[in-house]
Write a protein that binds this ligand. Structure first.
Ligand SMILES: Cc1cc2nc3c(=O)[nH]c(=O)nc-3n(C[C@H](O)[C@H](O)[C@H](O)COP(=O)(O)OP(=O)(O)OC[C@H]3O[C@@H](n4cnc5c(N)ncnc54)[C@H](O)[C@@H]3O)c2cc1C
Length: 454
């Protein structure tokens, strides 16, 4: 089994002669959610499809927090909830704002989400990715695991006609290549789809521990029964470094993680595992994870630039989908990438089929992909929330507002007899002064927030 990685040294191989009949209609690189959805959509439409995966099996190399929103699957796998490998159905969604010794949680619960057609679920990536890739294979796609795409095959005119792999006889040709090779997408970079500027600015690093706990303990601590699950998103847990945290429940484990911006991490000179240790020891989190035995520790990059920093999505003979195209949405109360990856992969697969059918797989012939994405939730959500990543990762949101919000709550809930109760306005004034926030700035951010989410 080969286990090497395509790296920055990957380079296009220029073919003097365009290949004759290609090996496949569609070649998908990366069997993550985007790749499997692309392969499934194209294979189901009757195209011959190869799905390349560098890991020994789909999901073997993939990392995420753990929550999947399945509505996008309704179209691809009707009644998916009857077969998807789910740990728990998310019936509690909470947002926690914290300082070192305070925490305010907005906790929402809906039992409706615990019944079909369900809203969100927790699932392990190895299970989820394997399951979706299995659907692509059942539809006719050829899964080629343990194989790294090391570079693009291009004609001298620049049209992508396939990929080179790390196998000895490893060139594979296709009418359309769909790059679903994740956040570092060397293929999309090599094709010049990503702008040349410093993209590290828009990357965050996620580190995650999976802690095993007995099922009854999880249910007791999180107030859950049966397959119900909880998703907690956390702000203010990263020592002011732009980012956030999460805590999700599985059947017999919990996933705890922090996500921090690379530039902030480099400046602060803090190791991400120190932030995770802080979070684990926080008074609001420690009782929930106490005694958990670490069964997994993982780290992975996340593209968080949002709509304003998407690359070109198509080139001649090439489409790019999912994290490879920066389609992850991380906006405080959301950390979603899998559903966007599935949606983008599905539209990329369909666009490839349409372009092949029309006999035009040039950039213009593949332009229907972007149009379809713009009409769908994938780019509509990114467009609508384009200002949110900047707002959530801003200095004030990270350093000042968590303390301000917690102090406000503390003032409201504290009973300080014999002093009369303070009014909300006075509490706000005191908290604003204490945390050095200008009231004008606060108002401006509140308006930006309302516009961004509105
Ligand atoms: C810590 C963390 C927490 C997260 N939490 C959540 C969450 O709770 N919910 C959510 O929806 N999203 C979450 N995300 C985001 C989510 O993981 C991604 O948005 C999603 O996985 C993107 O799917 P994808 O198919 O585009 O890419 P990936 O899942 O990264 O898949 C890329 C695939 O391509 C393969 N590959 C890469 N290069 C090559 C190559 N050269 N040749 C062959 N194969 C290759 C990889 O092995 C991999 O299988 C989180 C991310 C992180 C890091």
């Amino acid at each position: 089994m080969t286990d090497t990685y395509a790296g920055p040294s990957s380079a296009s191989v220029l073919l003097q002669q365009p290949p004759g009949k290609p090996d496949f209609d569609v070649l998908v690189v990366g069997a993550g959610p985007a790749g499997s959805a692309a392969a499934l959509a194209a294979a189901r439409a009757g195209c011959s499809v190869a799905l390349l995966e560098r890991g020994p099996f789909p999901g073997s190399k993939n990392v995420y927090g753990g929550v999947v929103y399945g509505r996008v699957l309704d179209e691809l796998v009707p009644q998916w909830w009857e077969e998807m490998p789910v740990e728990r159905w998310v019936t509690r969604r909470s947002t926690m704002v914290m300082t070192a010794d305070q925490a305010l949680t907005v906790d929402f619960r809906s039992q409706r989400w615990g019944t079909a057609p369900y809203n969100g679920a927790t699932a392990h990536r190895a299970d989820l990715d394997g399951w979706l890739a299995g659907h692509a294979v059942a539809a006719g796609a050829v899964l080629v695991p343990a194989t790294v795409a090391t570079g693009l095959l291009r004609t001298t005119a620049g049209t992508v006609v396939g990929v080179r792999t790390d196998r000895p006889d490893g060139d594979l040709t296709a009418r359309v290549v769909i790059a679903c090779d994740g956040v570092n997408s060397f293929l999309a970079k090599e094709a010049g789809l990503h702008p040349k500027q410093d993209t590290a600015r828009h990357l965050t690093l996620g580190v995650k521990e999976t802690l095993a706990l007995p099922r009854e303990v999880i249910e007791q601590r999180f107030g859950l029964t049966g397959r119900d699950g909880q998703d907690i998103e956390i702000l203010g847990c990263t020592r002011g470094i732009p980012g956030g945290g999460f805590l999700y429940t599985n059947l017999e484990s919990v996933s705890l993680g922090v996500v921090v911006g690379l530039p902030g991490l480099a400046t602060a000179k803090v190791r991400p595992e120190e932030l995770l240790a802080d979070l684990k020891a926080h008074p609001a989190i420690a009782p929930l994870v106490r005694g958990g035995r670490q069964v997994e520790y993982a780290a992975h990059l996340i593209p968080e630039g949002g709509y304003d920093h998407l690359p070109e999505l198509a080139g001649d003979g090439l489409l790019v989908a999912g994290d490879a195209a920066g389609m992850c949405l991380a906006a405080g109360i959301w950390l979603e990438g899998v559903n966007f990856a599935i949606g983008a992969g599905m539209y990329a697969g369909r666009a490839a089929v349409a372009a092949i059918g029309a006999g035009d797989t040039s950039q213009a012939g593949l332009a229907g992909y972007r149009r379809a994405l713009e009409k769908s939730f994938v780019l509509a959500d990114h467009r609508k929330l384009r200002k949110v990543p900047g707002l959530v990762l801003s200095e004030r949101m990270q350093r000042q507002y968590p303390g301000l919000i917690c102090d406000l709550a503390e003032g409201l809930f504290e009973v300080d007899n014999p002093r009369p109760k303070p009014g909300l306005r006075r509490l706000l004034r005191t908290a604003v002064r204490r945390h050095g926030v200008s009231p004008r700035r606060l108002l401006a951010d509140a308006i930006t927030g309302m516009r961004a989410f509105g």
